[in-house]
Structures are given as C-alpha cells and as structure tokens.
Design a protein around this ligand. Structure first.
Ligand SMILES: *[C@@H]1O[C@H](CO)[C@@H](O)[C@H](O)[C@H]1NC(C)=O
Length: 249
C-alpha cells in the first residue's frame, strides 16, 4: 500500500511539475477550457487572499502597491501624483462575470469581473495639480471606499523561453473600469484646508470626479494587472497549466 501511494505521488508530481495541484491544469483541446480555468480559480480563491509564495502569487487581500506614479494632463485635469504604500482590502471577493480564451495560434484572454467593495489606504503626494477648477496639491494620507466596481480586461500573451522552459507573459492589457460609488478622506495633510476642500469636492460628486479620472484609473489598473499576472506567470511553465495531447506526461 505504501509503495502504491508513493508511486502515485511520483506520477502526480511528474505530470504537474512543481505547480500545486489546485492550480489550473487545462487541456488546450478541452471544448470547455474556460470552465476548466474558472473552476481552478474558484478552488484557488481561499489561497489567493494571502498569496501562494511558493509559486510567486502575491497576496490579493490586502493587495499592496508600493509606488504608483500618476501623470496626466487633459482639458479638465492636470495631475502629477505619487501614491505610496497603497493597500486595498476586498479584492479577493471578485466575481468573474465572463471569461473568454482564444488559443487559436495565440493566447488571447478577456475577463469581466466585479468587485463589490474596495477599501483603499495609502500616502499621497500631489504637486501642481487640479481637477476642473479645484486645486488638489499637498501630501498626506488617503483613505477611500469604492463600491460596485466593474473591470473588463483583455489582452494577448506570448510564450517566452527561460532556461529552455516556456512561460507565458502578458504583452499588453487593455481595461475598462467602472466604479459605482466612492467616498474619500484625506488625513494628516500638510495643507489641511486644501485637503479638506478636495475631499469635500470629491464626496459631493464622486461620479463626476471618477469620470474625469477614469482614463488614469484604467491605465493604472492595466499596468497593475499586467505586473500582477506576469509575476504569477513568470513562475509557472506553460506546460504545467496548459497541456496538449502530446505533452501530458
Ligand atoms: C469606509 O467605510 C467604513 C465602514 O464601512 C467607515 O468606517 C470609513 O470611515 C469609510 N471611509 C471613508 C474614507 O469613507
């Protein structure tokens, strides 16, 4: 009996390489390959929260972003900001509304997901900036609650070779982001009067401000998502998650 169990473990390890078995192991030819990936994501969900360090999956909840540099000028917006130590709570409650995968000679994915609520906190430093006519300079701490968030992300990935092993890397991510509601607070500011009026302005009409910020939000989401996915994909050989008939052993 012991021998048999040992044998089974050896086989399992051989088939799945170094990737844990709750990871997706989907067949390219599977007509329900999308379902295969979705089921795998659901079985990983409890672990996504604190991350899976042995395969480079960062913690999702809280999700941390050490530094974000924002720089954008439009007719109603001039923003030059650095956000540091950003932390978002609630990301692991994402719901995948739709997932499409096209593996015809390429790796093209599209995912639509919703997040009921994100609680965000971090340090901001904004210089020489305004939204509409409101001056938003200063530095301090930012807290925000955002709800009814919808994200559509799509993009191609391509195989790269590291030490004779093939990995997938995302080439480009395009996102659409919609945020239903937001409420912010700016604390410990070096210019409390400006911070207070900026927060009041945002909270009086979050929809308008979020609309103005939307291109920046979408661009930032795409960059963060791309880095997140590539960190994960960089540690998992393609053959360990996506098998075809000829290389399943
Ligand atoms: C976010 O929501 C929590 C409770 O749901 C509340 O305590 C906190 O003050 C809110 N923060 C902001 C910035 O609105």
């Amino acid at each position: 009996m012991k021998v048999l169990i040992f044998f089974f473990i050896v086989i399992a390890t051989d088939v799945y390489g170094s990737v844990p078995d709750y990871f997706p192991h989907c067949k390219k030819s599977d007509p329900q390959i999308e379902k295969c990936f979705l089921d795998a994501v659901e079985s990983m969900r409890p672990r996504l929260k604190s991350g899976i360090p042995e395969v480079n999956v960062p913690a999702l909840d809280p999700f941390t972003v050490p530094t974000l540099k924002l720089d954008r000028t439009a007719s109603n917006l001039r923003l030059k900001a650095t956000l540091r130590n950003m932390k978002a709570l609630g990301g692991s409650n994402f719901k995948i509304e739709k997932f499409k995968l096209n593996l015809n000679n390429k790796y093209l994915a599209e995912v639509r997901l919703s997040i009921p609520k994100l609680v965000v906190a971090g340090d901001y430093d904004v210089r020489g900036s305004r939204i509409l006519t409101v001056d938003i300079n200063g530095k301090g701490k930012l807290r925000g609650n955002f709800s009814a968030i919808y994200v559509v992300a799509k993009g191609p990935a391509k195989p790269i070779v590291k030490d004779n092993v093939e990995y997938l890397q995302v080439d480009k991510v395009i996102t659409k982001v919609k945020i239903g509601h937001g409420h912010i607070a700016l604390d410990d500011s070096d210019s409390p009067a400006a911070a207070s009026s900026a927060a009041t302005f945002f909270n009086a009409s979050p929809g308008i401000v979020l609309d103005i910020l939307n291109p920046l939000v979408e661009e930032t989401t795409a960059a963060v998502l791309k880095a997140f996915l590539n960190k994960i994909l960089g540690g998992i050989p393609i053959k360990d998650i996506l098998t075809d008939e000829t290389n399943t052993s």
